[in-house]
Design a binder for this molecule. Structure first.
Ligand SMILES: [Zn+2]
Length: 422
């Protein structure tokens, strides 16, 4: 098993090592994936909620040829071996110079140390214990064993307390104890959490704030966390999920928010502080305008219906209004049909041919006996199409070219049903 250099020094960014094993994991076309084991490694493998490090291995041959291979992922297996994944093969026994992607590592350290601090404060202030931690690409989350939601004011207080401790720049200490010692600390209430595993236990202490068992990489003092910002909260199965960002991520998140706010404020020509009130006012205005628009649409439809009725000759005691609209949507055609059907002795056959297929509305006034729904259903069934509705109004869809034929069929069906039998 390799010596894990990050256990004693999270700030080690380069080291010398010897390749002890190399295995081909997969091959797709000309792409191969290899896993490399080293005698010692400062690369952190994905574990305990913290993602893997990236970096490179550089080998120099006896003839002076330099080969640098990128390390794209690092994982550990159940036996405790650390595997460095790369797309280029190296030879076992080769000495290499390894380099860690420090920007990525420092980011992970800021989030992870920030998580310990945040979990300690949630536990101390609200009795909410951390069940799990996830460090994602953009933000991190902790799941709290807490069934109720946490008031906004409490979240702001936790955030403020965390940032006060960050500003105090308290040191972080790392030490290793036996399982028995760790259990004694847990029993005494001094240790926040202890994983179920044998052997030595690595403890991370934030001076005067937190003591927790952890195998991750951490900053040297709270100041290096660089600031902490709480984001969203969400109910999850095991409790409450709290999203947070630390350090450079917190600045990036605040910058993103500020950009979105200033752009929205600019569009409305108001100050960012006035945005909530401005948006509320706009929503109220738009709701009022929508109501007014609907009222006008109804009025226009009523007026148009009476015009159409006046121009429609009566046939077998009924006025049959047949019309296709290429410039109206299905809703406005339906509204017009409903106004026509509110009159007397009228049958409406209207279509919106704005898009393919056409939307058909078939409606009638109360005194007719036939059922629009039944007639529509059977006429469409003849075309292997589906549609239907109530006795007084039905809808369906047919290809635009078939609208006339359908209207003929529906009108004939309606007239036949209304003609008294001898
Ligand atoms: Zn940890």
């Amino acid at each position: 098993m390799p010596e894990r250099l990050y256990y004693s020094d999270s700030f080690l960014t380069s080291f010398d090592a010897v390749i002890t094993d190399i295995r081909l994991v997969s091959r797709t076309g000309s792409d191969s994936l290899w896993q490399v084991a080293l005698d010692r490694s400062a690369f952190y493998p994905t574990s305990g909620g913290q993602p893997f490090d990236k970096g490179s291995l550089t080998a120099t041959s006896r003839t002076g040829t330099v080969l640098k291979v990128p390390i794209d992922e690092v994982e550990e297996d159940e036996q405790g071996e650390v595997w460095h994944l790369t797309s280029k093969p190296l030879v076992a026994g080769t000495s290499v110079k390894a380099a860690i992607d420090w920007k990525r590592r420092l980011d992970h350290m800021q989030q992870h140390s920030g998580q310990h601090l945040l979990s300690a404060i949630f536990s101390r202030e609200l009795g909410a214990h951390t069940v799990s931690f996830h460090l994602g690409d953009e933000s991190s989350t902790i799941d709290l064993h807490h069934t109720a939601s946490i008031a906004h004011a409490s979240l702001e207080r936790v955030e403020r307390l965390a940032n006060e401790i960050i500003a105090q720049d308290r040191p972080l200490f790392i030490r290793t104890v036996t399982r028995a010692e760790a259990e004694a600390l847990l029993a005494a209430g001094q240790l926040r959490k202890l994983p179920e595993r044998d052997g030595e236990i690595r403890l991370i202490e934030i001076e005067g704030v937190d003591l927790n068992a952890c195998g991750g990489t951490h900053v040297r003092s709270t100041g290096q966390i660089g600031g902490l910002m709480l984001r969203t909260t969400e109910k999850v199965r095991q409790g409450l999920r709290v999203e947070f960002v630390c350090g450079v991520r917190a600045v990036a998140a605040a910058r993103r928010d500020f950009r979105a706010l200033t752009s929205a404020a600019g569009a409305l020509s108001v100050a960012t502080s006035q945005l909530p009130q401005s948006i509320e006012r706009l929503l109220a205005e738009s709701k009022h305008a929508a109501k007014e628009r609907q009222k006008l649409r109804e009025e226009v439809a009523r007026y148009e219906a009476s015009e159409l009725l006046a121009a429609t000759p009566t046939q077998d005691g009924f006025g049959i209004v047949r019309k296709q609209f290429a410039d109206r949507d299905a809703d406005s055609v339906k509204l017009l049909a409903s106004k026509l059907a509110a009159g007397s002795r009228t049958i409406a056959l209207l279509a919106s041919t704005q898009q393919e297929p056409a939307s058909i509305v078939f409606a009638r006034t109360a005194e007719a006996r036939f059922s629009c729904g039944e007639l529509m259903k059977s006429a469409l069934a003849d075309l292997s199409l589906r549609g239907g509705g109530s006795a007084t109004m039905a809808q369906g869809q047919v290809p635009c070219g078939a609208v006339d034929a359908l209207f003929d069929k529906l009108a004939a069906g309606a007239v036949a049903a209304e003609t008294p039998h001898p």
